[in-house]
Design a protein around this ligand. Structure first.
Ligand SMILES: Nc1nc2c(ncn2[C@@H]2O[C@H](COP(=O)(O)OP(=O)(O)O)[C@@H](O)[C@H]2O)c(=O)[nH]1
Ligand SMILES: [Mg+2]
Length: 698
């Protein structure tokens, strides 16, 4: 079956961990006829949590595409993880979907991850609905949960469904728009069926209808006028008004229910089918046009095809799956497209949609749809696929930079290459995970959002490839420099058997401004040293600079000038000058007040006001210098500071525990700064210990 753009709905299901997202989705798919039987998290057989790691830990780790068809409407649901370590997966779902369904636990109200995700949705002006979940459990309260939404988000949730009783006594829900009751099925494996609303709920229904009319009036000025004049709206006006108000993110429709007991799924599906934003309402996308200038596009079926790769999954059986959101035109098999990033031509093979791990072939993917391109080897997440003559490219996903760094190596040295290969593969699937080789510290360093994400990636490698990885806190790339002008002369002289080696150089060294690196000046007067030996002399300086002066770290920001020298007609060679030059540099810099430099980072911390004091005093204890504080709105403060990298090696973990996971940070290299005293001594000691260990290993 193929669908027109306005017959498609894309819904991202998001919220704090354990609010019941995966369970609710399972029952939505069941109620919507996409699966014959809903499974539980405990059984490990849900559609959405199909990964071995997800089954083992009973949590969602990746976003999962699923769908169901209600009448002639296709609803794509993307289930997302609740842990902040996997926020990248949530962001791709937000990007691809026109609205989000945010789950709030009826027992605890709004929790921290939900606050962060809500903020992200605010920044996108994304329409959202809330589902107050786990209504069947003790202490559940629909009213209290909505009150919390109001208080924490300054949003106005309007109940589209209301509960008939709460907690274990819950008998079902009422669909306020359509005036129907859905009595709790005898078990979660039974479908909901509509029935008459019991008389005792008539007042509650009346009140909810008034609230809905008020919200619907937000849909347009016209409706608002009408509502203010007549005090009510017709059924049709309520429907169209709510649809418009939701598409403009002016109201937040609210639902009550329980995924596990299959309460509230029928009315929710009905609402999504009739009223959730279609891809045509998708706000304009920022793109770069053919010439590289900023432009924008909207979802449009009439243009040639273009789609954005939102996710890459490398599947054991199906190979490379590129999940795409189609923005214009229609993708069909055999269509010739290009990967706009590198101009690589691809002929599309079969196209698919997914029901969790099961992929299902589709005849086409129309504008607005989300689906899968298979076997396109050149495609990576964030790529633009286009059939246009002058293709534009989509802006990449705005993902947080992974800030939790860990140095890694294979426990068995022989498996190092294989481990690296698997790490790079993981990084392709998850853009909030990165792998880098640091040539200064000679370490492979992986970066992620937190310990959970990194551990899960390493567990997966261990389970699949039987490779055990060892992790450590990464080394800091210290450097060295000199702080005053000095000089030295050095003669390299050796008499071995036949002809000997001879070279003499006189050097001046002086400090350069930070970041200059290296300079060399030939101040030779006359022909005391032949031109041909200058490259050898420069090589000697480079070698000496690499080997360091005080602790073996690379020397930077030094200017070396050769002022005099001497050569021998037979015994001089490039090698002899290199050795002389190395010696002269070392001697000269030793007397030029050498010092260690450490990397200083620009650190931005985003923290709630109540944790501000703790974060600030912690930054001072990390030798941080605070340069500013800016209120960001919503009670969040941005603290700008500069902190030595050596003090930030476990900051992701420490900040999380200091603020119960509410704060986040960004960090970027700023500059190198000198260190002295005890701190420098410790670095020198550690470097010596490290080099001894390394020498022993070889
Ligand atoms: N009683 C009850 N338990 C639920 C409900 N929804 C989810 N659960 C349980 O809560 C746990 C977490 O559910 P899950 O769907 O994985 O939540 P997610 O992390 O938001 O995806 C599982 O043990 C579910 O069985 C519900 O509506 N009622
Ligand atoms: Mg889940």
């Amino acid at each position: 079956m193929s669908f027109a753009t306005d017959q498609i709905r894309n819904i991202a299901i998001a919220g704090h961990g354990s609010t019941g997202k995966t369970t609710l989705l399972e029952h939505l798919l069941f109620q919507g006829g996409a699966i014959a039987k809903p499974e539980t998290i405990e059984s490990g057989k849900t559609v959405s949590d199909f990964g071995e790691d997800e089954i083992a830990r009973k949590i969602s780790v990746r976003s999962t595409l699923t769908h169901c068809t209600i009448r002639d409407t296709k609803i794509n649901f993307i289930d997302t993880p609740g842990s902040s370590d996997f926020v990248g997966e949530v962001i791709l779902a937000f990007r691809a979907c026109e609205s989000a369904l945010v789950l709030i636990d009826a027992r605890s109200g709004v929790q921290i991850e939900t606050i962060k995700l809500w903020r992200n949705l605010d920044a996108r002006a994304k329409p959202r609905m809330v589902f107050v979940s786990r209504l069947d459990e003790d202490r559940a309260s629909f009213g209290a949960a909505l009150e919390d939404v109001r208080a924490k988000f300054k949003a106005n949730p309007v109940p589209v469904t209301i509960p008939m009783g709460e907690g274990p006594a819950c008998e079902g829900i009422i669909d306020v728009i359509n005036g129907k009751a859905y009595v709790k099925p005898s078990s979660g494996e039974q479908k909901e069926v509509a029935s008459e609303i019991p008389a005792r709920y008539k007042d509650a229904l009346e009140e909810a209808r008034i609230q809905l009319s008020e919200a619907a009036a937000e849909g347009s000025d016209e409706l608002m006028e009408k509502y203010l004049e007549n005090g009510q709206l017709s059924q049709e006006e309520i429907v169209s008004g709510l649809r418009d108000a939701l598409a403009q993110a002016k109201v937040v429709p609210a639902f009550a229910g329980s995924g596990l007991k299959n309460i509230g799924t029928a009315a929710l599906l009905e609402f999504i089918t009739a009223m959730a934003p279609t891809p045509l309402t998708h706000s304009v996308e920022e793109v770069k046009d053919f010439d590289g200038n900023p432009a924008s596009v909207s979802v449009d079926a009439s243009k040639p095809a273009s789609a954005m790769v939102i996710k890459t999954q490398i599947d054991q059986f199906s190979g490379r799956l590129s999940f795409v959101k189609v923005f214009t035109g229609s993708l069909v098999p055999e269509l010739d497209v290009i990967n706009v990033r590198d101009g690589h031509k691809e002929r599309l093979s079969k196209l698919y949609t997914a029901q969790g791990k099961k992929i299902e072939e589709v005849p086409s993917l129309p504008a607005g749809d989300i689906g899968i391109i298979t076997k396109a080897v050149s495609l990576k997440t964030n790529d633009t696929v286009s059939a246009m003559d002058r293709p534009f490219s989509f802006a990449p996903l705005r993902l947080p930079t992974p800030v939790h760094l860990v140095a890694i190596s294979a426990a068995n040295k022989k498996e190092e290459d294989k481990l690296n290969e698997l790490l790079y593969k993981a990084a392709e699937e998850d853009l909030t995970f990165q792998v880098n080789f640091n040539s200064e510290t000679k370490e492979t360093v992986i970066a992620g959002m937190g310990e959970l994400q990194i551990n899960m990636i390493l567990d997966k490698i261990k389970n699949l490839a039987k490779i055990v990885a060892e992790t450590r806190i990464p080394r800091v790339a210290y450097r060295e420099t000199i702080t005053k002008k000095s000089g030295a002369e050095y003669t390299h002289k050796k008499q071995t058997g036949g002809h000997g080696q001879y070279a003499r150089v006189v050097f001046e060294v002086e400090p350069l401004p930070r970041g200059t690196g290296y300079q060399f000046e030939n101040k030779l007067f006359g022909q005391s040293v032949s031109r041909g030996f200058i490259p050898g002399i420069e090589k000697g300086i480079h070698q000496a600079m690499e080997n360091g002066i005080v602790a073996g770290y690379p020397v930077v920001d030094v200017k070396t000038a050769i002022t005099d020298g001497k050569e021998h007609p037979v015994d001089s060679s490039e090698m002899a000058f290199k050795l002389a030059s190395r010696g002269a540099f070392r001697e000269a810099s030793k007397t030029a007040n050498p010092t260690l430099l450490e990397p200083i980072m620009d650190l931005k911390v985003f923290v709630e006001e109540k944790n501000l004091g703790d974060v600030m005093s912690d930054l001072s204890s990390r030798r941080g210098r605070i340069s500013g504080q800016n209120p960001m709105g919503g009670g969040i403060i941005e603290v700008d500071s500069q902190v030595p990298q050596a003090e930030l090696l476990r900051y992701a973990i420490d900040l999380r525990s200091m603020t119960s996971g509410t704060a986040s940070f960004e960090v970027e290299f700023s500059h190198y700064a000198p260190i002295s005293g005890k701190i420098a001594e410790d670095v020198i000691k550690a470097a010596q210990a490290f080099r001894t260990a390394e020498a022993e290993e070889e």
